[in-house]
Design a protein around this ligand. Structure first.
Ligand code: F6R
Length: 608
């Protein structure tokens, strides 16, 4: 939710801020703005709309010229997207950009009004912080920031400039992620590493309550109490290319094509002598042996990966698995304790509800395991154990490769747990692991085989008002993700349903021409699923069936048949996901939507 950047150094500051914001636009894109020191004065340029609207505005009206400043790309929380609600926001001597949310901004605003600070221009919580900083500012910026940190509640990160401290940028982190990049004679702040990778790979990760001061191209840090802090300089293992489209028209399609490599990179280091080995993640057979119940808690796509996990872990490790939406779990007083393993899945590692679940569980005897893509993110650092997925940066808002690697990790975990508990023998564990190792090539083959057909079928979906995804067992778990993918980027209403449950109500929605996408990869359930497909077909549905190349499907049941390679049934979710991603992608493209930045969404959801 929102991206912030800052720069101090010899380059043209506006160019650097705009370039960095381009890489953060996935975090929010309803308005953008910058504040730059020009001849000792803070010049602000901001605009409702995309970053390109801001650039066009600066071309018309002149762009701030200078060597230090801050920038922002917004996903509105308080106040509609508008020029005036766009960041930066200012008090009399202070200008800030903000990512996150200020929970007690109303009380703080009242406090300021009671103290004769009434000049509020916007509806944002951010402006309240700018005014509060100004209220406490007595010429010592760090002191004012520390004072404000003691009063403000919420999860946020700020980039700050003070009018009487030219060429200096201040930054502070309270929960919301913030990194400080260090180049040669220049320094940066950013919500995420890809924003600055073009300029430097070296960065510091700000911790909760830490304040950074960027001046003369270098950085100093202090904590909430004003004590100086020495920080470890990290080096990103991503290169500039991984944060670029690399010749593809959209990040989403690039990321779909990156899946074979992402899976290979994620699983290879965790396989020893043909067996899963998660010891580098702090997970040993002894730990897994002691697990009595598993809870998988996550949001959106990550939660859908957990749905697949439930089937796999229960099937092989014979441990009961409960899957929950993080925003529900945290408020339902869950029964967890000794012997329970709570797995939190998150691409970003910063999702507010998932983070809250982690904090809740930490107060119990249950163990926490994070499956996270972004290194050093809050969830990764706070969980008892962490398995990093190595998908590289996922830029498209609609998650594809992150989901795929989450599945891969869940398989490894399930197989290792099953073996540790004596539920499968070594031979079986090796066979399952060997099949998993073949999956990257199968994904590649599936993309090649289905891409044209999915592109064609998507032209039949664009006029639909609504559609259904159906499946049984693992195919049902998978169809939830297919449905979400399609609706979030095509804006076509879609629901996923357990195929056998349709006739208990939902089938009344089916009418002439309604697309129904059926996933039928589980042989044991094939006949049953085919019956359900025929039931909707008999009521006028246009049926699209995703099944393996050997499945015996009555030609009358399917208007379109998408055949995918046949592998172990249990691994089919990683194969069948591919055509679902492609269908969603091309439907969005054919509708002329902004595929990578669908309306009303943002990549990292750091608000409740
Ligand atoms: C959908 C999508 C979201 C995320 C969800 C959780 O394509 O990406 O549903 O899966 O917001 O985000 P993370 O995984 O970062 O916790």
């Amino acid at each position: 939710m929102c991206g912030i950047v800052g720069y101090v150094g010899p380059r043209d500051c506006t160019d650097v801020l705009v370039s960095a914001l381009t890489k953060l636009e996935y975090r929010g894109y309803d308005s953008a703005g910058i504040a730059v020191f020009e001849n000792g004065r803070i010049e602000v340029a901001k605009s409702k709309g995309r970053l390109t609207d801001l650039v066009a505005k600066m071309e018309r009206e002149g762009k701030p010229q200078g060597h230090a400043g801050i920038g922002h790309t917004r996903w509105a929380t308080h106040g509609e997207p508008s020029d005036v609600n766009s960041h930066p926001h200012s008090g009399r001597r202070v200008t800030i950009v903000h990512n996150g949310i200020i929970e007690n901004y109303k009380a703080l605003k009242q406090f300021l009004i009671d103290n004769e600070r009434t000049e509020f221009l916007s509806d944002t919580d951010t402006e309240v912080v700018a005014q509060l900083l100004d209220f406490y500012y007595d010429g010592n910026p760090v002191k004012a920031i520390r004072r404000v940190l003691h009063e403000v509640r919420g999860s946020f990160a700020l980039g700050i400039v003070f009018a009487d401290r030219p060429e200096t940028v201040y930054a502070v982190r309270c929960e919301s992620p913030l990194i400080v990049g260090q180049g040669v004679g220049e320094a940066f702040i950013a919500s995420d590493v890809p924003a600055i990778i073009k300029y430097t790979k070296d960065y510091y990760l700000l911790e909760y309550g830490e304040i950074a001061v960027l001046k003369n191209g270098s950085v100093t840090f202090c904590d909430l109490h004003g004590r100086m802090v020495e920080k470890e300089l990290k080096t990103a293992d991503w290169d500039e290319d991984s944060a670029e489209k690399g010749g593809y028209p959209h990040f989403m399609i690039k990321e779909i094509h990156e899946q074979p490599t992402a899976v290979k990179t994620t699983i290879t280091p965790r396989i020893e002598n043909g067996m899963p080995d998660l010891s580098e993640c702090g997970i040993t057979p002894e730990t897994l042996k002691k697990v009595n119940n598993v809870f998988i808690v996550a949001c959106g796509t990550a939660m859908h990966a957990g749905m697949v996990g439930k089937y796999i872990i229960e099937k092989y490790a014979r441990v009961s698995v409960t899957v929950d939406i993080a925003s529900e779990f945290r408020y339902r007083d869950p029964l967890i304790g000794e012997g329970d393993l709570v797995i939190i899945i998150s691409q970003s590692g910063e999702t507010a509800d998932s983070k809250a679940v982690l904090n809740l569980v930490k107060g119990t005897a249950a163990k926490t395991l994070a499956i996270v893509n972004v290194k050093g993110s809050s969830i990764a650092r706070e969980a008892d154990m962490v398995i990093y997925t190595h998908a590289g940066p996922e830029i498209a808002v609609a998650s594809t490769k992150a989901y795929m690697v989450q599945l891969a990790v869940i398989y490894l975990l399930a197989f290792e747990m099953a073996y540790a508990k004596g539920k499968i023998d070594e031979g079986k564990c090796q066979r399952l692991t060997a099949e998993l190792m073949r999956i990257p090539d199968v994904i590649k083959e599936t993309i090649e085989k289905t891409v044209d057909q999915c592109q064609y079928i998507s032209t039949k979906l664009i006029t639909a008002d609504s559609l259904l995804y159906i499946g049984r067992g693992l195919d049902y778990a998978l169809s939830m993700e297919g449905s979400l993918k399609l609706k979030e980027i095509s804006y076509i209403h879609s629901e996923s349903y357990a195929a056998g449950e349709l006739k208990h109500g939902t089938i009344s929605l089916v009418e002439e021409g309604m697309p129904v996408i059926a996933v039928a990869t589980q042989n044991r359930l094939l006949e049953k699923t085919v019956s359900n497909i025929k039931e909707v077909k008999a009521r006028g549905a246009m049926t699209i069936v995703i099944c393996d190349e050997e499945a015996d499907i009555d030609p009358d049941a399917a208007d379109y048949l998408i055949r995918i390679p046949k592998r172990y049934e249990v691994l089919m979710p990683m194969v069948a996901t591919v055509p679902m991603q492609l269908l969603a992608y091309y439907t969005s493209v054919n509708k002329g939507n902004d595929v990578d930045k669908p309306r009303n969404l943002a990549k990292s959801v750091t608000v409740e």
